[in-house]
Design a protein around this ligand. Structure first.
Ligand SMILES: *[C@@H]1O[C@H](CO)[C@@H](O)[C@H](O)[C@H]1NC(C)=O
Ligand SMILES: *[C@@H]1O[C@H](CO)[C@@H](O)[C@H](O)[C@H]1NC(C)=O
Ligand SMILES: *[C@@H]1O[C@H](CO)[C@@H](O)[C@H](O)[C@H]1NC(C)=O
Ligand SMILES: *[C@@H]1O[C@H](CO)[C@@H](O)[C@H](O)[C@H]1NC(C)=O
Length: 319
């Protein structure tokens, strides 16, 4: 494992992912439903010294659990492959999640690879296929950079704070919140259900003044940063199944550090569950050749501990 450069926080079967078989031709009928979706997740480069012994790239376990809880498996996607290899991977996944973190959104390998997948997703959707993308925190920021073709990020510090969402009227006709019970929609605007851990973001003003952004995305919610800036906190593609949240739905169920303001109330858990199911369900589509998947290249053997910041934990308990 170690020579593959992967953090083995979940004992992964990643080495196999570098060898591909040719894409299988689609033999499914158009009505076939894929109830075995796989969501791709771009890994991040390890910068934390504590994590370095485990490998060069990683995915926080909370994102993996989040997607798995929605009914998907997860395929980690490394940042060191060729464009042809990414095109091959693209054929084998049903959707993509851009995770949070801190990298340069225009010049990093993460940004380079994200752009390749973003373009493939645009083309697939344009061709009548259905390929959803979700961006969380930096993932939302990345989506705005990809769509706008430039970075519109400014200081919108909201670090370690849980907030209710200031929903727009469009939120009530959105796909993302469509199946939400009324009580949860109300709670979303009144209770601190969304964990924020970010320094930068896109202000409402920058969003509204950028034609590329505001014609591509509907704005579903806003929040106020420590410096008073109003920033976009939830967006949804108008034409494309692309979604972004500046907050972290995965922490509501899968992060337990007491020093962090992770919302763990029943409503917070419900919010996280419904969004995971919503997104995975987006990847559970008819009309797909993705049914043919290499099953041993996704994460499924979660028997080993994962590593996070200062300490290696057992993944089951954390005080
Ligand atoms: C996919 O859709 C089918 C049919 O609606 C459903 O039975 C199945 O549970 C769905 N699977 C997931 C993971 O959402
Ligand atoms: C909520 O958003 C509206 C615009 O949609 C804005 O006018 C208002 O100031 C915001 N309120 C809060 C508390 O952020
Ligand atoms: C899961 O991982 C553990 C630890 O690496 C290993 O011992 C076990 O054989 C794996 N299970 C399967 C079914 O591959
Ligand atoms: C898991 O936690 C238990 C109890 O703290 C510890 O004894 C054990 O070594 C841990 N396992 C791993 C694989 O770290």
């Amino acid at each position: 494992m170690s020579q593959t450069g992967f953090l083995t926080y979940l004992c992964l079967f990643i080495a196999c992912c570098v060898g591909y078989s040719e894409a299988f031709p689609s033999k499914l009928s158009q009505e076939a439903v894929n109830d075995r979706p796989v969501i791709g997740v771009l890994t991040q480069i390890v910068s934390d010294d504590v994590m370095k012994p485990f490998g060069r790239t990683y995915i926080p376990a909370s994102y993996v659990k989040y997607l798995e809880s929605g009914g998907s498996r997860v395929m980690p996607i490394r940042l060191t492959l060729t464009t042809a290899e990414y095109e091959n991977i693209f054929k084998k996944i049903n959707g993509l999640l851009f995770i949070g973190g801190a990298v340069d959104l225009e010049t990093s390998d993460f940004a380079r690879v994200a752009k390749i997948f973003y373009r493939l997703a645009l083309m697939a959707n344009d061709a009548g296929d259905f390929f959803p993308i979700w961006g969380t925190c930096m993932g939302l920021q990345l989506l705005t950079v990809l769509v706008a073709g430039e970075s519109l990020l400014t200081d919108t510090l909201a670090e370690n704070v849980a907030l209710p969402l200031n929903l727009t009227t469009e939120a009530h006709s959105s796909r993302m919140f469509e199946g939400f019970p009324d009580k949860l929609m109300t709670a979303l605007t009144q209770e601190p259900l969304t964990g924020n851990f970010h320094h930068f973001g896109v202000t409402v003003q920058n969003f509204q003044e950028n034609k590329k952004l505001n014609s591509f995305f509907s704005l579903l919610s806003t929040n106020v940063a420590e410096n008073g800036a109003h920033f976009i906190s939830t967006i949804e593609g108008k034409r494309y199944p692309f979604y972004g949240v500046q907050w972290h739905p995965e922490v509501n169920r899968f992060q337990w550090d007491r020093k962090k303001n992770y919302p763990h109330s029943a409503r917070a858990v419900q919010l996280s569950s419904l969004l995971a199911e919503f997104f995975v369900d987006e990847g559970n589509m008819t009309n797909t050749h993705y049914q043919y998947l290499i099953t041993d290249c996704v994460l499924w053997n979660i028997s080993t501990p994962f590593c996070q910041s200062q300490s290696c934990k057992n993944d089951t308990v954390s005080h």
